[in-house]
Design a protein around this ligand. Structure first.
Ligand SMILES: Cc1ncc(COP(=O)(O)O)c(C=O)c1O
Length: 440
């Protein structure tokens, strides 16, 4: 097949989290997007089952966002946020504060989920120091956790491939065991019944290291990148109790669950558990521009924002923290979320969503299905001696037949834009089901 003459050259772009040579031998290129659909560069319509990369929560091509960004760039393209400011960043923080998870309404802007995580970890360390606990330098994550790709994030993260190439990482980090337990919890509807006891791992680590050495524990309320793992019933509540008991800050990484994914604005509301710090990014600007936000409790913020006036309280920030164009995108996104009720729309669809996904129970090699809010993971048995191969095959097959789905290992994950319609959910399940059978 000869490539069209306007096809881009592929060699120079070193792609992230991609098998570069394999991809470039048979590229999958997306050229346009509108609503629930991408158009590939060869003109095929592809149903977006993953909201881009879990971020385009209001659907693609929202004119209001494009207009707001264009207007902002023409008025004020950039202004520093160090010892200066610009009104739109304050306005965005103010409006975000109205929906802040658990009322955590002190907001630090970043440019990505990875930066939000590293920011949250640094805030936790700084907080412990300022309240007179400088020995609390240890950070606790969880196996199979994904917290982005900064050194902080991969240190507390628990996806082995993301860690093992990069040296010793941060010192003094430890991990809770993960909660993925197919033997006991396969095909659970609602939260898995088994695994509450795994929260006691935090007590175990306290006993091992001493509470006086631990600054914070970070978990995704629903682990996303590990293949959509809802927490065992009662697990997050128990983590909260243990963390509080020992003066350990609890950080929820809501980069995926934030902004309506579970049918509530944040997972914090879904589970009724309020952490001390929440990290967000995806969904904040509907994917239109890079941005993240860290929500901190007033207690954490106020402890740090004190001391002699005129002294910088936290030596941390990014050139693009609160970038005017990103704030404009964020404000326009929030407007859409409010106007269309998208942050809670998933609640009304969750039951049908889950039932549709469970329609794949019994399909060849499906060993577990997990659905919560508007996210789902369908786990396949790996091919003998080739973990991930079957999942990848299904992913490519779906793409070729007009469905975007995410693959991690042998789990196929869905997290569609929150505007998804019932018929599109049925399309997702039917295309995926056929692909699963072809890969059998
Ligand atoms: C829970 C979680 N935290 C952090 C990140 C990192 O976000 P980013 O890729 O924007 O740095 C992700 C990305 O998938 C994520 O799922």
């Amino acid at each position: 097949m000869t490539a069209p003459s306007n096809a881009p050259k592929l060699d120079r772009y070193w792609m992230p989290f991609t098998a570069n040579r394999q991809f470039k031998a048979a590229p999958r290129l997306l050229a346009e997007a509108e609503g629930m659909y991408y158009t590939s560069d060869d003109g095929r319509r592809i149903l977006d089952g993953t909201a881009g990369l879990w971020c385009v929560n209001a659907g693609h091509g929202r004119r209001e966002i494009a207009d707001a960004v264009g207007e902002q760039l023409r008025r004020l393209d950039y202004a520093p946020s160090f010892q200066m400011g610009h009104p739109i960043a304050f306005r965005f923080a103010e409006e975000l504060g109205d929906i802040a998870p658990g009322g955590l309404d002190r907001i630090f802007f970043t440019n990505s989920g990875s930066e939000s995580v590293d920011t949250a970890l640094k805030i936790a360390l700084a907080y412990q120091k300022v309240i007179g606990q400088p020995g609390r330098t240890r950070l606790i994550g969880r196996e199979k956790g994904y917290h982005g790709v900064g050194f902080g994030g991969i240190s507390v993260g628990g996806l082995v491939n993301n860690r093992r190439t990069f040296g010793p990482l941060l010192p003094g980090v430890d991990h809770l065991r993960h909660t993925h337990d197919i033997e006991r919890n396969a095909f659970s509807t609602g939260l898995p019944a088994h695994g509450l006891e795994l929260a006691e791992d935090l007590e175990r680590l306290v006993a091992l290291h001493g509470a006086e050495t631990i600054a914070a524990v970070i978990v995704e309320p629903v682990a996303g990148s590990a293949g959509v793992l809802p927490p065992p019933a009662g697990y997050l509540e128990r983590l909260r109790e243990i963390a509080t008991k020992h003066g350990i800050l609890l950080i929820f990484d809501e980069v995926i669950t934030g902004f309506g994914r579970l049918g509530t604005a944040f997972a914090t509301e879904y589970f009724g558990v309020i952490p001390d710090i929440v990290t967000t990014a995806k969904g904040l600007t509907n994917g239109a521009l890079p941005m993240g936000a860290v929500f901190a409790s007033r207690a954490v913020h106020d402890a740090l924002v004190q001391g002699p006036e005129g002294m910088i309280e936290l030596f941390h920030g990014y050139t693009y923290s609160g970038h005017p164009a990103a704030c404009a995108a964020g404000l326009a996104t929030l407007d859409i979320y409010r106007r269309e009720g998208l942050l809670t729309r998933g609640a009304g669809l969750a039951q049908a969503w889950s039932e549709a996904m469970f329609g794949l129970k019994g399909a060849s090699n499906v060993i577990d299905i997990r659905a919560i809010g508007l996210m789902a993971g369908i786990e396949l048995a790996p091919r003998e001696g080739a973990p991930g191969k079957r999942g990848f095959e299904v992913f490519v097959d779906c793409f070729n037949r007009g469905l975007g789905v995410r693959v991690t290992g042998d789990t196929l994950a869905f997290s569609p834009p929150l505007i998804v319609e019932r018929s599109q959910i049925d399309d997702m399940v039917s295309i995926l089901g056929e692909a699963i059978e072809r890969a059998a």
